[in-house]
Design a protein around this ligand. Structure first.
Ligand SMILES: Cc1cc2nc3c(=O)[nH]c(=O)nc-3n(C[C@H](O)[C@H](O)[C@H](O)COP(=O)(O)O)c2cc1C
Length: 206
């Protein structure tokens, strides 16, 4: 077992609830001082079936799932509209651990997105208005011009959430927790739902 792993955790000691297990590993990642423990790869595929992956930040875990925020008109936003399923991937190299999560993705309700947006730094709020995320632009100068225009527009006023910017929640259908082992004998623990919707934990070959 890798020295980097603070715990040895046989299958039977995994938390029966994968979200609680995830929170534990996230806590471990924070404890070892990782720079970006909340960074996760989000993989989507739209109507053309071509997958696309990018990093987004996990901004919360609520009762139903994993929340992140973005531009609804971006490539990922278009993909999720065409095909509302996605995969999340966390990799915490300091712990030699990875977590894969798949599930359906839904938009957060407007109030929750408003609340989150209202708490963002003003510069980030203005950027959400200024940047047509994932569209072709003529160059950085255009972006700065757009930023200055919205800064001027909202001078002395609160910045409202753009209608095309907000949260998504991935509702997990399955998890896989991976941990490095000696001689490549890694641990892979999968959580999937049975017919009664209860979580079943299985070990997979590495
Ligand atoms: C560490 C890191 C964190 C990021 N967090 C976010 C985020 O929370 N939301 C977001 O829309 N983009 C975030 N990005 C930018 C995305 O990776 C991506 O460039 C952008 O969302 C456009 O992706 P798309 O064209 O596939 O829609 C982040 C990038 C990095 C490297």
């Amino acid at each position: 077992m890798s020295d980097k792993n603070p715990v040895t955790q046989p299958l039977e000691r995994l938390d029966p609830d994968p979200v609680r297990q995830f929170r534990q590993w996230l806590q471990d990642a924070k404890q070892v001082g990782m720079a970006q423990p909340y960074a996760m790869t989000l993989a989507t595929a739209g109507g053309d079936n071509m997958p696309s992956a990018r990093i987004v930040l996990l901004r919360g875990i609520d009762d139903s799932g994993f929340v992140f925020f973005t531009n609804y008109d971006s490539l990922k936003g278009q993909h999720l509209q065409q095909n509302p399923f996605a995969a999340l991937l966390f990799y915490w190299p300091e712990l030699s651990r990875q977590v894969r999560i798949v599930g359906a993705v839904e938009q957060l309700d407007a109030e929750a997105s408003d609340r989150y947006f209202a708490g963002r730094p003003r510069g980030h709020q203005l950027e959400a208005h200024a940047s047509p995320q994932s569209r072709v632009i003529s160059g950085r100068a255009e972006l700065i011009e757009r930023f200055e225009a919205v800064s001027h527009e909202y001078e002395g006023k609160d910045v409202p959430r753009p209608a095309n910017w907000g949260g998504y929640r991935l509702v997990p259908d399955a998890f896989e927790f991976w941990r490095e082992g000696e001689n490549r004998l890694h641990d892979r623990w999968r959580y999937r739902r049975d017919r009664q919707h209860n979580w079943v934990i299985e070990q997979l070959a590495p």
